[in-house]
Design a protein around this ligand. Structure first.
Ligand code: 13P
Ligand code: 13P
Ligand code: MG
Ligand code: MG
Length: 371
């Protein structure tokens, strides 16, 4: 059945959480996917959702939903929360690792933001043809999207459209969050690319939240929830962010959107959220961080939207053209692992604040004498 969108608007909500790993922090148990699918199917039947897919990236359960309720809808957020709670009950029965890991609030109030799960949502007027890519990551933080977003929307060496398409060459506006100061700024690419890079090169603090065309159409949105912040500084796990990107027309082409991942750039996360590692693009099936709980993984699910229905997904990195990126990731992983606990393979002390290292250092405090 084809749903006709009354005002032509549709919302895509990608909400994710780690509600238990299997084994350790490796993957999502199939029973959790089944549980989530059951919940969301019910919501589709009662017309809360137009459509949905349940996917997994590493140990993170991914709810991809379309609906007409706009971003930050209480009903949709509660549905996601209830789905994670139902999954956690199943995870607890199997004693999965860290069952309910990312659910950091006792009860749902009005919005899932600040409760642990990661959220990326956009409300759009569906175009004549609406290709989208949903990127999902495991064992890293939200700043991991800065590098590819810059490449896709601002770098002509990545995106041919910035040079050859009159629609794309107008450039884009970047909305950047300062996660430490809780401020945001909108900056113009290409006019301000050097200043944009001055900020987003520091990906632990400045993260790209949204990207807009010069006409104000949203082109990309990321999840920026930070687990250590929500938990008050305790190490829970990594944020393992998600991102939605629209492709073609006024936006970069699909192949331009996934091109940056042919280079496995370094991200923060990996073992105990404490290391730099190469961001390895994999198929859905191989998004299973094994070696040293990694290396960090990224998957890309391609869809066409049709009146809010999700046509897809296509597993975009399940392709030989990403083999070399995977090989390179392994070479980089070998090299970094040789450093063991030494910086800069291990994160700097500032970033280790959010791990369990301070507990170890505290124990040594009394042993220090003045010099
Ligand atoms: P545990 O100390 O419970 O093993 O947790 C550490 C962790 O999750 C890093 O993988
Ligand atoms: P997750 O954030 O994926 O649960 O991983 C935590 C961790 O400590 C891995 O070593
Ligand atoms: Mg985990
Ligand atoms: Mg994870």
């Amino acid at each position: 059945m084809i749903t006709v969108l009354r005002n032509g608007m549709v919302t895509i909500s990608a909400i994710k959480a780690d509600i238990g790993g299997y084994p350790g922090h490796h993957s999502v148990h199939p029973e959790l996917i089944k549980t989530a699918e059951k919940k969301l199917l019910k919501a589709k039947k009662d017309k809360t959702l137009i459509d949905f897919r349940v996917l997994a990236c590493g140990d993170d359960l991914q709810l991809i939903m379309t609906h007409k309720k706009g971003v930050d809808s209480k009903k949709i957020h509660k549905l996601a929360w209830d789905t994670f709670i139902a999954g956690t009950a199943v995870a607890k029965k199997m004693k999965l690792y860290g069952a309910g890991q990312d659910l950091l609030a006792d009860a749902f109030s009005s919005n899932i933001r600040g409760m642990g799960p990661g959220i990326a949502e956009m409300e759009i007027k569906e175009r004549k043809s609406e290709p989208i890519v949903i990127f999902m990551a495991d064992k890293t933080e939200s700043g991991a999207w800065n590098f590819p977003l810059y490449k896709v929307f601002a770098d002509p060496f990545n995106t041919a459209g910035l040079v050859v398409s009159p629609k794309v060459s107008k450039g884009y506006n970047f909305e950047i969050f300062d996660l430490h100061k809780k401020k945001k700024v909108i900056m113009d690419a290409p006019k301000e690319i050097y200043s944009i890079l001055a900020l987003i090169g520091a990906s632990e603090r400045y993260v790209v939240k949204r990207i807009f065309s010069k006409e104000g159409e949203i082109g990309a949105v990321t999840s920026t929830e930070s687990l250590h912040e929500i938990s008050g500084g305790k190490y829970i796990g990594k944020d393992d962010p998600v991102m939605i990107v629209r492709a073609q027309g006024a936006f970069p082409a699909l192949g331009e959107v996934i091109e940056p991942f042919a280079f496995p750039f370094l991200v923060k996360g990996w073992m105990r959220g404490s290391h730099h590692g190469p961001f390895m693009p994999t198929s859905f099936a191989q998004s299973t961080p094994s070696r040293f709980d990694g290396p960090p993984r990224v998957i890309a699910a391609g869809f066409q939207l049709a009146n809010g229905k999700l046509i897809g997904p296509v597993d975009l990195f399940d392709d030989p053209s990403y083999d070399r990126a995977r090989q390179k990731s392994n070479i980089v992983a070998d090299y970094l692992r040789m450093h063991g606990p030494f910086e800069p393979a291990r994160l700097g002390l500032d970033e280790m604040e959010y791990t369990t290292l301070p507990d170890v250092l505290n124990k040594l405090k009394k042993r220090f004498k003045s010099i």
